[in-house]
Ligand binder design. Structure first.
Ligand SMILES: Nc1ncnc2c1ncn2[C@@H]1O[C@H](COP(=O)(O)OP(=O)(O)OP(=O)(O)O)[C@@H](O)[C@H]1O
Length: 214
């Protein structure tokens, strides 16, 4: 374990090696933002990292929006809410949907003021949800800098996380192929992300066993 972040919390060596804190801190500190996907199997410490990242960024007086695809997952995050509630994602999502958030609303002001958006259990959400966020960020963030239009999530630091071996999006009467298609894995947006990988089972961290070897 290594002691890091101003929150004074311990972050695992695995996360340190994956460059989680370094990459996000650099991105939060810049105006260009960044898009990351924290990929790790169950118990590799993703929730622990969300808490550590939030504490570190909030300790600098900056705003972090903690969201998750489901209410249960959101309960594990400090100040967590569902992604649909935080970002006004339409419940009935369509391919060309946008967020139901007015550019000049208080909620849009909060999003603009945020330095970091975390979304846990992202593989459970339909890929169109993220595309709607990306599309609408163009409108919401362009108030700050028109050049942001050419950057994923328009200059916001967004960290998605989850495990594709857990629950995938629920699509009514769908075939396996439809479900795969609905997953963020099939979205072109993921190609713009920096994938950070966690491999060590933190519950068995004393032995530091990579999950693949269990
Ligand atoms: N850096 C750490 N130091 C000490 N314990 C840790 C650390 N990271 C995680 N843990 C412990 O490991 C266990 C699993 O961590 P966590 O719940 O964050 O994993 P997860 O990847 O979010 O799991 P899941 O995908 O199932 O939600 C927890 O009991 C947590 O307290």
């Amino acid at each position: 374990m290594q002691r890091d972040w101003e929150g004074g919390r311990d972050i695992s060596r695995d996360a340190k090696e994956a460059g989680v804190q370094k990459a996000t801190a650099k991105s939060v500190g810049s105006d260009n933002g960044g898009f990351f996907f924290l990929y790790g199997y169950g118990v590799t410490g993703k929730t622990f990292i969300w808490k550590t990242l939030s504490t570190a960024v909030r300790s600098k007086g900056l705003i972090v929006l903690n969201a998750a695809s489901s209410g249960i997952a959101a309960l594990l995050l400090p100040g967590g809410r569902t992604a649909h509630s935080t970002l006004a994602i339409p419940i009935e999502i369509k391919e060309a949907s946008s967020l139901t958030m007015e550019k000049d609303s208080p909620r849009a002001d909060l999003v603009r003021a945020a330095k970091l958006i975390i979304c846990d259990e992202a593989p459970m959400m339909h890929q169109w949800c993220f595309e709607a966020v990306d599309r609408s960020m163009c409108d919401i963030m362009s108030k700050n800098d028109p050049l942001n239009e050419f950057i994923p999530f328009r200059g916001m630091t967004v960290v998605l996380g989850g495990d594709f071996r857990q629950i995938l999006p629920v699509v009514r009467k769908a075939t396996r192929h439809d479900i795969f298609d609905a997953s963020i894995n099939s979205s072109k947006i993921l190609a713009y992300s920096n994938v950070l990988r966690l491999t060590v089972n933190m519950r068995l961290s004393a032995s530091s066993v990579p999950v693949e070897q269990e």
